[in-house]
Write a protein that binds this ligand. Structure first.
Ligand code: RIB
Ligand code: CA
Length: 323
């Protein structure tokens, strides 16, 4: 049976690669793409989602989401990672023949979750602002969502603790209050953080092989990822780049590739550790304990990287699924 997915995203080079992974999978029915500020301005993120929809003949509804965090000032778009236009500065048309849906991202999430109770999986790979806005407006949706898979955070596994600050990952530090809301709701959240996303690297040879063998997606992925690869070479000395957002899709498609642990998760919302994610695994209740009585969520602690890379390659090189 297909899983109905709403994909909340800030495309974004790795976001675009993850959207195509979801689109290409015959196990996913991509109902919506909801955009959020982050890697690009909200205007560029939405334009990029619409560009993907048009270029790859996708049926997903595209809705524009938040352009600012809940409680803190918005940071600048991370154009040094994703290019000025968010897609590695490949040439994009000035105008598109399609437009975003009139509904806001959070209203689309609320309506769609209520329309398909217990069937929707939310994959969120940007700031969690849209999900938090949906929960604030319609708390009932928490009980109606099947599953939430988040790319974000870092819990110290495999030595990974942060990529924006020593202790914070980009999607969480970009709107820590939203993340804390999302992680503490009574819905099942799996967090796919740097702990696992920085364990998988798509090398430049891997991307070249994809370029050769994926008739539908290969050339586009090769083109957009040149900027991303250059950034990773300069910042981390990598030949290739980390697999952030596609790891969340991989978790949905093949959870057996991941090891997990359970516990309530909180986000530090101020001070030098702002954006830090902490999962309490101890059962003991402490005298001061803001984790106690919060729902247990799931954190990915390890990944079969080869299995993940093979899965992405297999799905992107198979024949496109029929509409
Ligand atoms: O830290 C990695 C995350 O930040 C990814 O979702 C990437 O797209 C950026 O948003
Ligand atoms: Ca992202």
């Amino acid at each position: 049976m297909n899983t109905k997915v709403i994909f909340d995203t800030d495309p974004g080079i790795d976001d675009a690669m993850a959207i195509l992974f979801a689109q290409a999978s015959s196990k996913i029915e991509l109902l919506g793409i909801t955009t959020v500020f982050g890697n690009a301005t909200i205007e560029n993120a939405t334009r990029n989602a619409l560009y993907l929809k048009q270029r790859f003949n996708m049926s997903a509804t595209v809705c524009t989401g938040a352009n600012t965090p809940l409680n803190i000032a918005a940071g600048e778009p991370t154009t040094f990672v994703h290019g000025q236009n968010g897609l590695g500065d490949i040439e994009l048309p000035d105008t598109l023949p399609i437009a975003a849906d009139a509904r806001s991202a959070h209203d689309f999430i609320i309506e769609t979750v209520r329309k398909y109770p217990h069937e929707i999986t939310l994959i969120a790979v940007g700031r969690l602002t849209n999900l938090a806005l949906a929960l604030q407006k319609a708390p009932d949706i928490a009980a109606l969502v099947k599953e939430v898979v988040v790319m974000g955070g870092a819990f110290g596994h495999n030595g990974h603790t942060g990529n924006v600050s020593p202790y914070a990952e980009a999607n969480i530090i970009g709107d820590p209050h939203a993340a804390d809301i999302v992680f503490t709701q009574p819905w099942p959240v799996t967090v796919v953080g740097l702990d696992v996303t920085q364990q998988s690297i798509m090398s430049n040879d891997y991307i070249k092989a994809l370029q050769d063998q994926s008739a539908t997606y290969g050339e586009f992925i090769y083109q957009i990822s040149r900027f991303y690869s250059d950034f990773h070479k300069e910042s981390a000395g990598l030949d290739g780049f980390y697999v952030h957002d596609s790891s969340a899709v991989a978790y949905l498609l093949a959870p057996e590739l991941f090891k997990v642990k359970q516990g309530p998760i909180r986000v530090i919302c101020e001070g030098p550790a702002i954006g830090m994610t902490l999962c309490k695994t101890a059962e003991k209740v402490f005298p001061v304990d803001d984790w106690h009585n919060k729902p247990k969520q799931q954190v990915c602690t390890d990944v079969d990287s080869k299995g993940l890379l093979d899965l992405y390659f297999k799905i992107l090189t198979q024949s496109p699924k029929p509409l």
